[in-house]
Ligand binder design. Sequence first.
Ligand code: ATR
Length: 281
Amino acid sequence: MTDRYAVFGHPIAHSKSPQIHAAFARQTGEDVVYEAILAPLDGFADSVAQFIATGGRGANVTVPFKEEAFKLAKRLSPRAQRAGAVNTLSFDADGILGDNTDGAGLVADLTRNLNQTLGGRRILLLGAGGAARGVIEPLLDQQPAALVLANRTVSRAQELAELFGHGITACSFEAADAPFDVVINATAASLAGELPPLSPRIFTDNTLAYDMMYGRDTPFLSFARTHGAAASDGLGMLVEQAAEAFYVWRGVRPETTAVIAALRQDRLESERLASPRGLRT
Ligand code: ATR
């Protein structure tokens, strides 16, 4: 029998996850279907329960339910525990297991697809919300020379720095004004079409600027390009976190390069037809 999976979010209509998982299923021969489910803002747990009752085997969780999914899970993987959020649920006889593949997805995109060495490099992470928190531990695992957390509300960055212990410095956007090798935008600013007040001095010709948002160019990426940096959106992270979730559920690791290329091609075509919308995992 075909195994059912789904992504829960609100909104969800623009999610690319069904397309990505359909490609993984075709490629690996796994007998799965994957749908997008719009959960009511006050009805996430009920939607998940209904999905389980009708044979659901696992699910991805996106905005705004990742913290709720964390609370819903009976058991948590160590990386979900540290991230404080869950984007991947597995359902079995023992109940709901929560995992988080976002950080692994980001690191896979940076290291495998964008050929970045993170060990010994200086990394600046912008933002101190759920998206930033979810990627701190996997970035630290790469043993960067420095991980600096800059946020509009500095106290939130300080709290995260304390939570994760040594190796992280917290500051304001304005105070980060030395060059970095990799600058990752995990703020929600791009979703609003805004640019955090960054110093151009953080960018050099050797910097990679990475925006976790995908779907359209962002003020952050164009600012970085203007100051000499290479720029990447978060489409690769989206596909890599999906591949990691597929691996968690099926024990098979899909190949991602062709899937990322196909989505980029779709984006070029949709840009010709209309102005695309910015999204995040
Ligand atoms: P998410 O799950 O997307 O991380 P969040 O937990 O609400 O959502 O966090 C949003 C992050 O984006 C925060 O770091 C927020 O800064 P504050 O902590 O100061 O609120 C940041 N953010 C949102 N809008 C921003 C903007 N226009 N400029 C800069 N930072 C912004």
